[in-house]
Design a protein around this ligand. Structure first.
Ligand code: SF4
Length: 220
């Protein structure tokens, strides 16, 4: 990894970009999301600035019932947020009143592709090489989808987790951006109490919070 990557303040970079956005037109952002709890704060924060679409591409969730359960929770949360926009009732939320409705784009469920990508890395510890390959697969697919559907930006909720390497995620996101020609919104969503806020929102909306990352190896 480039040593500068570790020194960057991604949270400040996000804020700088948000401040520079034109007020008249909200850019379209494709938000790769791993699950409802991780997206709760990120959606609350970004829907004030962007026309958001959640991209649910998580072939790393190797057990289908778990995959479906997380997807259903993601949809339930988006519906709840969209109801707030329809009714104008943002009680309990951090909102400036500029929040927009959120869409969802579901990618086909393809755990076989993920299992092929991580073959030989089954025994790596979390934060090791298997996670690097896993992030790369998901972020490159998000960038590809963002280009295909004409989004202005893409990013991921994954940087909200204190267990995930935010500099690595940003580095991979920027490589994917260069490959597909869609800017990556840099982020470290756990900062500025983002992670704490995701726990509050998960409790407020009664979200299912899984106790493992996603793949069968992390479950073990
Ligand atoms: S532990 Fe999480 S990030 Fe790492 S490979 Fe498994 S699902 Fe992917």
């Amino acid at each position: 990894m480039n040593p500068d990557t570790k020194r960057r303040n991604y949270s400040k970079e996000t804020e700088k970009i948000l401040k520079g956005l034109a007020k008249e037109r909200a850019p379209r952002l494709l938000l790769h999301s791993c699950c409802a709890p991780c997206s709760s704060h990120v959606m609350e924060y970004l829907r004030e600035y962007f026309d958001l679409t959640v991209f649910y591409y998580n072939p790393n969730i190797t057990e289908e019932p778990e995959y479906e359960k997380r997807l259903a929770e993601e949809k339930r949360l988006i519906e709840a947020y969209n109801r707030q926009v329809e009714t104008g009732d943002f009680t309990g939320m951090h909102s400036t009143g500029r929040a927009r409705k959120i869409g969802i784009l579901e990618a086909p469920y393809d755990p076989e592709r993920w299992l092929r990508a991580v073959r030989g890395l089954e025994d790596c510890p979390e934060r090791g090489d298997r996670c690097r390959v896993c992030f790369t697969l998901r972020l490159f697919e998000a960038a590809r989808a963002a280009a295909e559907h004409g989004f202005d930006y893409f990013t991921t909720t994954l940087t909200i987790s204190p267990l995930k390497d935010a500099p690595l995620l940003n580095e991979i996101g920027e490589r994917a951006a260069a490959e597909y020609g869609v800017p990556f919104l840099p982020s470290d969503f756990k900062k500025k109490d983002g992670y704490k806020r995701s726990i509050e929102l998960s409790q407020a909306f009664g979200l299912y919070r899984q106790n493992y990352c996603g793949c069968v190896y992390s479950k073990r």
